[in-house]
Design a binder for this molecule. Structure first.
Ligand code: ATP
Ligand code: MG
Length: 259
């Protein structure tokens, strides 16, 4: 099967000296939802930044549908829709304008963009908010607008950096359904999330990154099979994926915690 993403020995050292990625290799098969999990500061957003051309890598290779992001950055970027971790649309713009404006960056004429934007807003439950400036949307609505914007140029590969952060339980479930519909329609999704139940439900494959290194990578079944019960022994019983996650990444968060 064709791969949506092939990353080989990816390295990133920021100007200040932080080694955010220390030789990461990953493959995301096309048409699947792939979850990239890791604690705060593990390197997830850095990795996404490199794939989307926002961050320059210091080593390694990235191919998006066999397009080398270094050799053909524009072509690679056109394949990708990004919903970033930070809310970053113009708060004075109305949702429909946010989408049509974004379409303009890809050379999509307004006449084509308008019906597409209306459909996306309706699909994401934002149809009634067309006439309100973005500022007035709730946090969850802003996230959904970001997803709609990421899809306006009909990308084959959707990258979502914590798309459900701050989204309530009911809406989160409706977003899961929406993402499942997208993958059924052939779109590949790379998702980061701190809600491990979400990853467990949605992802066919998972990679866990810790301090810039991949510590687990495989199908959801492979990852769940790493479960050895040690995290459970600490007295906290989460879902199985959560326990594997804790097992592989515990003690990694840089901020000191009271013990
Ligand atoms: N622009 C930057 N300049 C310098 N260091 C950075 C920059 N962006 C990120 N870092 C550092 O790189 C490391 C990885 O950060 P990154 O944002 O990729 O983590 P993350 O896995 O997305 O975390 P989170 O779950 O909190 O979003 C951290 O140590 C961070 O401080
Ligand atoms: Mg991040």
């Amino acid at each position: 099967m064709e791969n949506a993403l092939v990353i080989t020995d990816l390295e990133k050292r920021y100007a200040g000296g932080t080694e955010a990625l220390k030789g990461v290799s990953l493959t995301v098969p096309s048409g699947e939802l792939f979850a990239l999990l890791g604690p705060n500061g593990a390197g997830k957003t850095t990795l996404i930044g490199i794939i989307t051309g926002l961050v320059t890598k210091t080593g390694g290779k990235v191919g998006v549908f066999d397009i080398d992001i270094e050799k053909e950055p524009e072509r690679a970027r056109a394949m990708i829709g990004l919903c970033g971790q930070e809310i970053n649309f113009d708060p004075w713009m109305k949702p429909l304008d946010v989408l049509v404006n974004q379409a303009g960056y890809y050379g999509i004429p307004r006449s084509v963009a308008l019906p597409r934007a209306r459909k996306l807003l309706a699909d994401l439950g934002l149809a009634e908010k067309n006439d309100q400036i973005g500022w007035r949307l709730s946090g969850g609505m802003k996230r959904r607008l970001m997803i709609a914007r990421a899809l306006i140029h009909s990308p084959k590969f959707l990258i979502l950096d914590e798309p459900t952060a701050g989204v309530d339980v009911e809406l989160r479930r409706s977003m899961w359904d929406y993402l499942t519909t997208l993958t059924k329609g052939g779109i590949t999704i790379l998702l980061t999330t701190h809600y491990l139940e979400e990853a467990e439900r949605l992802a066919k494959r998972v990679a866990i990154i810790n301090k810039g290194e991949i510590v687990a990578n495989g199908t959801m079944e492979d990852i769940l099979a790493l479960h050895d019960g040690t995290a459970h022994a600490s007295g906290y019983g989460g879902g199985k994926l959560e326990e594997v996650f804790v097992q592989l990444t515990s003690g990694s968060t840089s901020s000191s915690r009271a013990t």
